[in-house]
Write a protein that binds this ligand. Sequence first.
Ligand code: COA
Length: 150
Amino acid sequence: MAERFQIEEASWRDFNELRQLENECFPLDAWPFWDILGILTLPAVIHLKAVADDKMIGFVAGDVRKHEDTGWIATLAVTPAFRRTGIATALISSCEIQMNVKRVKLCVRRSNASAINLYDKLGYHNTGVWEKYYVGGEDGLILEKVLEGV
Ligand SMILES: CC(C)(COP(=O)(O)OP(=O)(O)OC[C@H]1O[C@@H](n2cnc3c(N)ncnc32)[C@H](O)[C@@H]1OP(=O)(O)O)[C@@H](O)C(=O)NCCC(=O)NCCS
């Protein structure tokens, strides 16, 4: 399965598929209409999709803040049927390269063990906590990675 996906730039044309993916992957935290449109269209946001058989099976958005030499991973999702095949790893790696910043940060639910494992494997480490940040009152862990050679 995994060897048959491609990483491509996403656009506003992917709005419906991204909305469906967000709803599927984030039952509590799916992004609202305008935020989804924003991450697909704002020039300072890197928006990449994983595609198999012409269908979006994964997505990542990276919000570039050049003045801070920092990029924030704003969202990352892979459709359940395609998980554990390296798609999130490929999306994050491509996003890190395209953001072209010194430091990448993100926020993840404290209970999201699969995502925390992924980020740990990719070299992210915990630098702080946003208490009760998420819907339902769960803390968000701030993870960070300093990119080599940037
Ligand atoms: C987290 C998520 C993006 C991972 O996507 P994925 O394509 O399955 O990740 P990968 O295949 O690249 O996994 C790479 C590594 O991450 C870790 N990992 C990923 N999913 C895991 C799981 N369910 N349990 C334990 N470790 C996991 C493993 O170390 C894995 O390597 P391995 O398969 O060789 O053991 C996906 O599960 C998802 O979309 N979850 C819902 C949305 C979400 O939580 N997004 C992140 C918000 S911060």
